[in-house]
Design a protein around this ligand. Structure first.
Ligand code: BES
Ligand code: ZN
Ligand code: ZN
Length: 506
């Protein structure tokens, strides 16, 4: 049953044409998506199919940046041309959002063959436009799991032609998109399909395919290592296969290359536990493993990009359930790094499982640790679902952490986490309280709590995935589950070279 949990859809075939849009080459195309500047010179409209008509519509509707125009293509296939007007000043997010809207317009047509192009854009503007259209197309071409007895006809794009006179390299886009699709796929799976046990089997199947090494810390092993914070959460479950899964990519470099640690919250369902959630808050809590999906999907993207360094991925796989053995407020437990924790609220389970997963990750002495978690409602309250929150024990990294957000279009906001917040986490009978009795600033306290399990010598950034799901999608992603985090992490590691930065600073 579990091999099925690995998405087995073939990527669409991509043809990269090193020249500008040629109308003669569109005969076999169902949809052509073209981004143009919002003030395209009158003469340039002629490069577009149905250009004269499109321009008259543009003038009649007084179109501005962000608008889309469409027309039927001539020819037997009755295809569509969709034009998107991009502002000169468009951010990565705005360009991706425009690409997503253009793709939405092709949906009813179910195009099998699409072509991507720009007209009137040069250099980085053209590159960003094509990159956004490609990322949007790859997301649209991927079908999320469906359990309908009558399957759809799978008419997602199978062929993508890119007209790209700039001969850009889209390797990072392809890798991030494949990762984003995997993350969305896993997150969309219902809690009875993706259990800690089936998740582990799925990841093991994937590891065999990708040549990763796998090690699993089951409850018995975790008990021997004193991982009492993680185990407290699993107490409420029957033996459900929960544990910490360590997946390792060895890297193409030599043994002296640095190590990256990726950590993810993998709560396959969060009922809240003894502090049971109410109906609306519990309804979608199968997505509470989204952080682990982003960590695993980032590992996949980095594998595709053949990064030289070693990557250790730590997935904290469990459920947060109610039951006679479930952990309770005021329980005191001890994590594997020796820190004792006074439990306040069983629904703050994410920080409990991450405590031990981070402590395990830190033991490998990585040059950098990144963790991803759908950790707090407070972060959503602070940012909405448009941004995710970032926290770091290297305050000088705030700028680069936010730059990766604006450059990737997966936007993040850095919150403070000064040491004096710890005064509020003091416990009367343990080393630390798990959280505060009220919710004020809980995303910050959660980050401060986590910092107790990462030695200060190890540079660390924590992503609280407020943008993991959003009604109506986000940017180029048109599904409620956004897969937010993979594009961000790939940008942070490849374009911003944060691992190199961490190494130079050490
Ligand atoms: N998984 C939730 C956080 C969450 C809520 C993520 C909504 C995405 C959407 C987490 O385990 C949780 O329940 N946190 C509590 C913490 C509180 C009890 C201190 C919360 O945010 O209410
Ligand atoms: Zn919870
Ligand atoms: Zn949770």
């Amino acid at each position: 049953m579990t091999a099925r949990l690995v998405p087995e859809q073939s990527q669409p075939r991509i043809t990269h044409r090193p020249h500008a849009l040629r109308l003669g080459a569109l005969a076999r195309c169902d949809a052509l998506l073209v981004m143009i500047p919002a003030d395209l010179a009158p003469a340039k409209w002629k490069s577009l199919p149905r250009g004269a008509w499109l321009r008259s519509e543009y003038l009649r509707r007084k179109c501005r940046a962000g608008a889309t125009l469409s027309a039927r293509l001539d020819g037997k296939r009755h295809g569509l041309v969709i034009v998107g007007l991009r502002a000169d000043t468009a951010s990565a997010f705005e360009t991706l959002h425009l690409a997503g809207r253009m793709l939405k317009e092709t949906r009813a047509l179910q195009p099998g063959r699409i072509a991507l192009a720009t007209v009137g854009l040069d250099g980085s503007a053209a590159r960003n436009a094509l990159e956004a259209l490609l990322a949007g197309s790859l997301a649209a071409a991927f079908e999320l799991p469906s359990f309908k007895s009558r399957q759809g006809n799978g008419a997602a794009p199978r062929e993508i032609t890119i007209f790209d006179p700039g001969r850009n390299d889209f390797a990072a886009t392809l890798a991030s998109s494949e990762g984003n699709n995997l993350a969305r796929w896993l997150t969309a799976l219902p809690g009875n399909e993706l259990t800690p046990a089936s998740y582990r089997e799925m990841a093991t199947t994937l590891a065999r395919r990708e040549g990763w090494r796998v090690e699993f810390f089951d409850r018995a092993k975790l008990a021997r290592r004193g991982a009492g914070a993680f185990l407290a959460v699993t107490q409420g479950s029957e033996d459900d296969g929960s544990g910490i899964l360590h997946v390792q990519y060895r890297g193409t470099g030599n043994g002296s290359s640095p190590r990256l640690g990726l950590v993810g919250k993998g709560i396959c369902f969060d009922t809240g536990g003894t502090n049971l959630k109410a109906h609306r808050s519990m309804l979608d809590m199968h997505i509470d493993m989204g952080g682990s999906a982003v960590a695993l999907a980032t590992l996949l993207a980095l594998t595709r990009l053949r990064v030289p360094y070693r990557v250790d991925c730590w997935l904290a796989l469990a459920e947060n359930r109610i039951g006679p053995k479930a952990y309770k407020p005021q329980d005191v437990v001890k994590a594997s790094n020796g820190t004792s924790i006074q439990v306040i609220h069983t629904d703050a389970e994410g920080r409990m499982v991450l405590a031990d997963a981070l402590a395990f990750a830190a033991r490998e002495k990585p040059a950098l640790v990144l963790d991803f978690a759908t950790l707090t409602g407070a972060c959503v309250n602070a940012l909405t679902e448009r941004y995710s929150g970032v926290f770091t024990n290297r305050p000088e990294w705030r700028e680069v952490l936010e730059r990766a957000g604006s450059a990737s279009g997966e936007r993040v906001w850095c919150f403070p986490m000064d040491a004096d917040f710890d005064a509020d986490l003091e416990s009367a009978n343990a080393d630390i309280v798990q959280c505060l009795p009220d919710n004020k600033g809980d995303h910050i306290y959660a980050a401060r709590f986590l910092s107790r399990f990462v030695p200060p010598a190890i540079p660390w950034a924590h992503v609280d995935l407020a943008a993991a799901t959003r009604t109506g999608g986000l940017a180029h992603i048109n599904t409620e589950i956004t897969g937010f985090g993979v594009r961000y992490a790939v940008n942070l590691l490849m374009e911003q070279d944060l691992l190199g930065e961490a190494r130079r600073a050490s």
